[in-house]
Design a protein around this ligand. Structure first.
Ligand code: URA
Length: 248
């Protein structure tokens, strides 16, 4: 027997927190009976959300997308804008992006139907590193670079220490290319960090997530993660590797 929210999140039907909320709202049934908060179930039972069975048996799938600008990274959009799922239209599984990239940001985005891995990778305590290449207006002073590294005061708090490296300076455009690695996921964090030290971002690309990079994946394309990469992400997320390293 396992906690219901854990089964629902592993099935990719909702995050663990969203599942808890649905249980509290009385939207989840186990073998036709409305589940209560704290309820447990096992895989042989029929679990439904709003009367629809979750598909616990759906195999997990994992993709690495090179997102172009102009796609939002939610699964659905009420305003009819293009979403990252439009770029993976051949994938039949119900996948979700692991975190978000702004509409105007390009680069590496993972997508999966493995809710447990997604929650682990996004949990602030795991401090998963993400690296961005930003093109900003103007050039940084030593002091500004140090502020970016130490922590920038934003309206929702001080940012954690970041790794910052100037890559290039373009005389012609007056712009600097800078690489910034952070392990937090505040909304529009890199844009706001650069803006806060006086250098608005003109272009932004995520080049790495948890050490995975975009190598061999062109803009707008995607690839399946290898079993080794999935096992590595489980480690990063602090989860036991499924089917791996059993005793005896
Ligand atoms: N920081 C941003 O400003 N935007 C993103 O999309 C990701 C990180």
């Amino acid at each position: 027997m396992e906690r219901l929210q854990k089964i629902i999140s592993r099935a990719g039907a909702a995050s663990r927190r969203a599942a808890e909320q649905m249980i509290a709202e009385g939207r989840v049934t186990v073998d036709g009976v409305v589940a209560e908060t704290g309820a447990q179930a096992d895989a042989s039972q029929t679990i439904c959300i709003d009367g629809k069975p979750i598909h616990g048996a759906e195999p997990h799938v994992y993709f690495l997308l090179n997102k172009p600008k102009g796609y939002i990274s939610t699964a659905k959009d009420d305003r009819g804008r293009k979403t990252v799922l439009d770029l993976l239209s051949e994938v039949k599984a119900r996948i979700y992006p692991v975190g978000r990239l702004d509409n105007g940001t390009e680069g590496l985005l993972l997508l999966t139907n493995d809710g447990e891995l997604m929650n682990g990778l996004l949990h602030p305590a795991r401090e998963v590193w993400k690296t961005y290449a930003a093109q900003v207006e103007g050039s940084f002073s030593k002091q500004e670079l140090q502020t970016l590294k130490n922590g920038v005061s934003l309206e929702d708090g001080l940012t954690a220490p970041a790794k910052v490296r100037v890559l290039d300076w373009d005389d012609r455009t007056g712009r600097t290319k800078v690489e910034i690695s952070i392990h937090e996921g505040k909304n529009r964090q890199v844009r706001r960090m650069c803006e806060a030290v006086g250098h608005p971002v003109r272009a932004l690309k995520r080049t790495e997530f948890a050490g995975l990079n975009l190598s061999g994946v062109k803009r707008g394309e995607y690839r399946t993660l290898t079993a080794e990469e999935v096992a590595y992400l489980y480690e990063v997320a602090g989860l036991p590797i499924p089917g791996g390293q059993r005793k005896g």
